[in-house]
Design a protein around this ligand. Structure first.
Ligand SMILES: [Zn+2]
Length: 224
């Protein structure tokens, strides 16, 4: 079942090592089928190079495995919680990408100091509280933060852990994961040289509005 979506989810997962967002088998992309509400998740502990569409696991929003011979990712409960509580999105990406996760280790949000950041999100990349992994706690904290900022930044750092991004499509959630890591890396470099200069909130908001209406072939800046 869901052959097309499995292909798409498999492809999306393989982008994580390509974009250097993950080490070994960590990290994953989950994608929901809007018609059935079923979610395709990565199998646990499988090397990205070995991953085939047929290996992908299909689950329902209550955590039941509907199809797939392999065990689902240990992060499946988190992704399912986020998808269940955010019907407007269809994909969740989770990574421990190095520079963004360094901010998470400090419990620090990433301030808007780059036009790239203003364009993409217009507000700081928020850092949520520490949450116990393996159950719904991480998902609950991610949803709490993403709701608070009304999803303007489609990604959140979870303290001491890593990055969760969301999108209406896997491509949108992937773009958010790549852009967050790129911003985190440049801000980190800037911090080693001195004190980065923040962009005033009004100007950051203006950059965001322009980018999300003018950039790309359709509105949304490629984050949908
Ligand atoms: Zn993790």
């Amino acid at each position: 079942m869901l052959e097309e979506l499995k292909k798409q989810a498999c492809w999306a997962n393989k982008q994580l090592p390509r974009a250097e967002l993950v080490a070994w088998t960590s990290g994953n992309v989950s994608v929901r089928d809007p018609k059935t509400g079923l979610v395709v998740v990565k199998p646990s502990g499988v090397l990205f190079d070995d991953l085939r569409p047929a290996d992908m696991v299909v689950m329902d929003l209550d955590g039941r495995q509907v199809e797939g011979a392999l065990k689902p990712s240990v992060d499946a409960a988190t992704a399912l919680y986020i998808l269940k509580h955010m019907p407007e999105i269809n994909s969740v990406v989770h990574t421990h990408s190095r520079y963004a996760t360094a901010f998470a280790a400090l419990g620090k949000s990433i301030p808007v100091c780059l036009t790239e950041h203003g364009d993409a999100f217009g507000i700081q990349i928020p850092c949520g509280r520490y949450a116990k992994i393996g159950g719904i706690e991480v998902g609950r904290e991610a949803v709490r933060v993403l709701r608070k900022i009304k999803l303007q930044c489609p990604g959140v750092l979870i303290r001491n852990h890593g990055v969760f991004t969301v999108g209406a499509s896997a491509l949108g959630a992937l773009k958010a994961a790549v852009v967050i890591e790129d911003i985190a890396r440049t801000v980190h470099l800037a911090m080693t040289l001195g004190k980065p200069i923040p962009i005033p909130p009004k100007e950051a908001r203006r950059l965001w509005t322009v980018y999300h209406t003018k950039y790309g072939q359709k509105p949304g800046g490629g984050f949908k």
